[in-house]
Design a protein around this ligand. Structure first.
Ligand SMILES: Cc1cc2nc3c(=O)[nH]c(=O)nc-3n(C[C@H](O)[C@H](O)[C@H](O)COP(=O)(O)OP(=O)(O)OC[C@H]3O[C@@H](n4cnc5c(N)ncnc54)[C@H](O)[C@@H]3O)c2cc1C
Ligand code: SF4
Length: 349
């Protein structure tokens, strides 16, 4: 690998797209990921059909992985971290977790996010009742071909509740952000459940619905009008069990009445936390964190994906909750910025 290589850290949608864009211009890439395989959250967490394309994650993101892995000018190092990063744009020295060192002209941090751990909302039953699951678990049920079932005994549920904003928009637990994609993902999952189990009733409990842009029609309205998914504006107090079924308690905030409703399966639509490694990544690369703990990026007006360190760029969910499409676009934009910025001084205004 020549001195002209650009280091890409993280091989999810953002990093895969950045690496592909860089080699398309003839620049070699060193792609490092701490996981044992590439693909980021959609592959590592076994997502099923993606929104909005409807493609299986293993095909869509798997295709991006194959394209990168087969490219002769991309060196892929999995099970590897960056432990040291010294130098200046055009001449950085990279120390890897196995002790080896490499040269790089610039770096793009595509280290993504960490799924919210639902045990941090104990009142909503996760970790206590096996039939309280997360959207990632439902994605895995669908992508593995096992189908939607209650983990306690394997039965097909007759009543499913999906709780939105679990680990997002929740100031009590220090997570003030909206995770952007979980309303749409939940509407999509609800339709998939209705399609697979037509006798099953699916309810979505929400604060607000944020199926932004064109998703309003394709997911919000379609899920109600075609798939008969029911949306209830509510504040959920707790999820318990009567010994036979789960019991959801709270308040219907439209009619202002208490509700107590039985379900077979309760799904937490979990949010996107800052990557648990972000402090370490920020220290290694000498870049700043924004106040929630995501990697700080400069305003985009002068150039995309800049950090406060010259020659170090950032893209995707490392900077805050992002969709796959936007992560891919940011990866490409950061690649262009890195090509130019390997010589230029970047600064946060
Ligand atoms: C349940 C759920 C379903 C979703 N479904 C959709 C969907 O259908 N459509 C959609 O648009 N979005 C969806 N999303 C959002 C989607 O997961 C993100 O947009 C996407 O994964 C962001 O890509 P990324 O490359 O920025 O980060 P990630 O996918 O998080 O990839 C980051 C990569 O960096 C690596 N890494 C992390 N830390 C380090 C480190 N210290 N050193 C080296 N490597 C590191 C990781 O191993 C990983 O491979 C969903 C999110 C959730 C929670
Ligand atoms: S996208 Fe929807 S479920 Fe996700 S945090 Fe925002 S409002 Fe809540």
């Amino acid at each position: 690998m020549s001195d002209g290589a650009i280091l890409v850290v993280g091989g999810g949608p953002a990093g895969l797209s950045a690496a592909h864009a860089l080699v398309a211009t003839g620049r070699p890439v060193l792609l490092v990921d701490k996981a044992g395989r590439l693909g980021g959250a959609p592959i590592l967490s076994g997502y099923a059909k993606l929104v909005p394309s409807g493609e299986w994650a293993r095909d869509a993101i798997g295709g991006m992985v194959a394209r990168v892995q087969s490219h002769p000018r991309i060196e892929v190092l999995t099970d590897t971290r960056v432990t040291g990063f010294r130098g200046t744009p055009g001449a950085f020295e990279v120390t890897l977790s196995d002790g080896r060192t490499r040269r790089a002209g610039a770096a793009i941090l595509c280290t993504g996010f960490t799924h919210f751990d639902s045990v941090n909302k104990p009142e909503w039953g996760f970790g206590t009742y096996p039939d309280v699951v997360t959207t990632t678990q439902v994605e895995q049920m669908l992508s593995s071909g096992r189908g939607i079932h209650c983990p306690s005994d394997g039965r097909a549920p007759e009543r499913v509740a999906i709780l939105l904003c679990v680990g997002s928009r929740d100031r009590q637990i220090g997570r003030e952000w909206c995770s952007k994609i979980c309303c749409t993902v939940s509407a999509n999952i609800a339709m998939e459940i209705r399609e697979a189990l037509p006798q099953c009733s699916v309810y979505i409990y929400y604060m607000d619905i944020r199926t932004f842009g064109l998703y309003e029609d394709k997911y919000y309205w379609q899920s109600q009008e075609e798939y008969r998914v029911k949306y209830i504006k509510a504040r959920i107090a707790e999820v318990t069990s009567d010994g036979r079924r789960l019991v959801l308690k709270g308040e219907d905030t439209l009619v202002k009445r208490p509700i107590t409703i039985p379900f077979d399966l309760v799904v937490h639509a979990i949010g996107m936390d800052p990557n648990v490694d972000n402090r370490e990544i920020a220290a290694t690369f000498g870049v700043a964190l924004e106040r929630h703990g995501y990697l700080q990026k400069a305003p985009s007006y002068a150039g995309s994906g800049m950090t406060d360190r010259a020659g170090v760029f950032v893209a995707g969910a490392a900077t805050g909750p992002e969709t796959i499409d936007d992560s891919i676009a940011q990866g490409q934009a950061a690649a262009i910025a890195a090509l130019a910025g390997a010589q230029r001084t970047a600064a946060i205004a």
